[in-house]
Design a protein around this ligand. Structure first.
Ligand SMILES: *Cc1c(COP(=O)(O)O)cnc(C)c1O
Length: 412
């Protein structure tokens, strides 16, 4: 196998060696660190201490108190707990059943909202502009007497656009509506202090910032009312289940490293991303950058290559040893354009050619330069198979313009 270049950090990241090392004693029974954290004996006390230490580290990253952190199994569980938990609590208290979210949320949030809308709740999906931004004024307008929850993601996983969460949170607070953000793509990458974001709930996932898979957390502001998904006494009745001790320890270390390195790593990764972006723009015609040019997480760039199928590009790049993603789920054989790209108004034929490059801690300048050599060749190869491209270069057709993108101008 060729040396692989991994540019798919938004899908998952490798755990940092320090993280794995910290987890090992809790996986190796010879250490005796296998007790159930709920047990009163010494075995239990040892793992309880490890879990509570990790809780403090995660709380420090978010600027909240440790007892506002609930450990979960993943980002999806955190999102689901926040959304369904708030909805069912509001229903029990006869508070109403209207939920506001955005059109570009992660599938987990959208699927939850879809489920709730089939079970007596009503959901408003806020539009976004051509850069993927939710406008706070639209949030204001969507709020009703019976609104029980607002959920808007901090940064989008496909295009990287960072939403004005602090502003939306202010609006939610004025109206006393619980506000949740899916911060899975931002925690550990950019500042996510809950009091700057004005959120009541925040989801994070360890494997998106160099922690292990299968562990996440939900920040739950003191006083926020929520029904648990799993019923039982763990996590102060907020999430039943014996804690994933090794995973939680790993998450804690990932949070600790992020606090120290976020700023410098962010700058370095953004510079690599920009180098990649400039290189692609400089070497390939008929492409479009999807997302906000400035308000973006450092890791992400998303391009549409006209006259190319994104899926085809992903496969050919993989053959060349480069791992990227279309950033969108491909529903059983039928490639449907991503809901995010549709929401920002990218024409369907242009959205089909979208590829997301996401870089991270272990990415290097050499990798960027290698990828920049490979992409033009692969794009050329795919376009050479396209009769539409042949027509275009022969001047037989007019340019495909993603006209819908410009219906609503981007803010700033
Ligand atoms: C990856 C991701 C999730 C899901 O997290 P898991 O831990 O994989 O369940 C949720 N939201 C966003 C924005 C993500 O990128």
């Amino acid at each position: 196998m060729k040396q692989k270049i991994y540019f798919d950090y938004n899908s998952t990241t490798p755990a940092r060696p320090e993280v794995v090392q910290a987890m090992m004693p809790y996986l190796d029974s010879a250490t005796g660190l296998f007790g159930n954290p709920s047990s009163v004996h010494t075995f239990g006390q040892a793992t309880r201490a490890a879990v509570e230490d990790a809780r403090k580290k995660v709380a420090a990253l978010l600027g909240c108190s440790a007892d506002e952190i609930v450990f979960t199994s993943c980002g999806s569980e955190s999102d689901t707990t926040a959304i369904k938990g708030t909805a069912f609590s509001a229903r029990e208290r006869k508070k109403g059943g209207h939920i506001i979210t955005s059109a570009i949320e992660h599938d987990t949030v959208l699927f939850c909202c879809d489920y709730l809308s089939k079970n007596g709740f009503e959901v408003t999906y806020l539009p976004v502009d051509s850069a993927g931004l939710v406008h706070p004024d639209d949030v204001k307008k969507a709020i009703r007497q019976d609104t029980i929850l607002i959920s808007v993601m901090h940064a989008n996983n496909e295009i990287g656009t960072i939403e004005p969460i602090g502003e939306i949170g202010k609006i939610a607070r004025e109206r006393e509506i619980p506000f949740h953000t899916d911060a899975v793509q931002t925690v550990g990458k950019i500042p996510t202090k809950v009091n700057d974001l004005n959120v009541d709930m925040l989801s994070l996932s360890a494997h998106k910032f160099y922690g292990p898979k299968g562990v996440g957390a939900l920040y739950l502001r003191k006083g926020t009312r929520l029904h648990p998904l799993f019923h039982g006494h763990h996590e102060k009745n907020r999430r039943a289940g014996t804690e994933n001790v090794a995973g939680i320890v790993g998450l804690g270390v990932a949070a600790e490293i992020a606090m120290k390195e976020m700023e410098s790593d962010g700058k370095r990764v953004a510079a690599l991303r920009d180098r990649l972006e400039r290189g692609i723009i400089g070497s390939i015609p008929s492409i479009h950058l999807n997302g906000h040019p400035a308000l973006r997480v450092p890791s992400t760039t998303n391009f549409s290559f006209e006259y190319v199928e994104g899926e085809g590009l992903v496969v050919l790049l993989d053959v060349e040893g480069v791992a990227v993603s279309t950033g969108s789920a491909c529903a059983s054989g039928t490639t449907q354009a991503s809901h995010v790209l549709r929401a920002i108004g990218v024409a369907p034929n242009v959205a089909q050619g979208a590829v997301r490059f996401s870089l991270g801690h272990f990415s290097t300048e050499q990798e960027v330069d290698d990828v920049l050599k490979i992409i033009p060749q692969v794009v050329d190869r795919l376009r050479s198979l396209s009769p539409l491209w042949a027509d275009k270069i022969a001047g037989r057709v007019t340019e495909i313009t993603p006209a819908e993108r410009f219906i609503k101008p981007a803010k700033k």
